[in-house]
Each structure stands twice: as structure tokens, then as C-alpha cells.
Design a protein around this ligand. Structure first.
Ligand code: ZN
Length: 52
């Protein structure tokens, strides 16, 4: 499954914009255009495949 953020976790708005990476903003940060919240999506690696 691909990492796709569709909804603001705070207000549920769908108008999300990726933030530029700056010294104050960590990589992977998104900003909600509605409530202006900034949040970071942490990629979670897929479970290891079964042994072949
Ligand atoms: Zn929001």
C-alpha cells in the first residue's frame, strides 16, 4: 500500500499540502490548508515477507 494522506487528522479536511523541508519543519510534514495544522506522516515499513 502506498503512503497517501487524504484527510487532515485534526479537522478531516482534504486540502493538504506538503511542507517544504526546513530546519523547523521535518521531512514528510504536511499542512492542512483549512486549520493550518502541521503534522508529520511517518512511513511504516511493510511487514517482512514470509521466508521463501
Ligand atoms: Zn485540518
Amino acid at each position: 500500500m502506498r503512503l497517501a494522506l487524504q484527510y487532515c487528522p485534526y479537522c478531516g479536511e482534504q486540502d493538504l499540502r506538503p511542507r517544504e523541508e526546513t530546519p523547523e519543519t521535518p521531512a514528510g510534514a504536511w499542512e492542512c490548508a483549512d486549520c493550518r495544522s502541521t503534522f508529520v506522516v511517518t512511513p511504516v515499513p511493510a511487514p517482512a515477507r514470509g521466508s521463501a
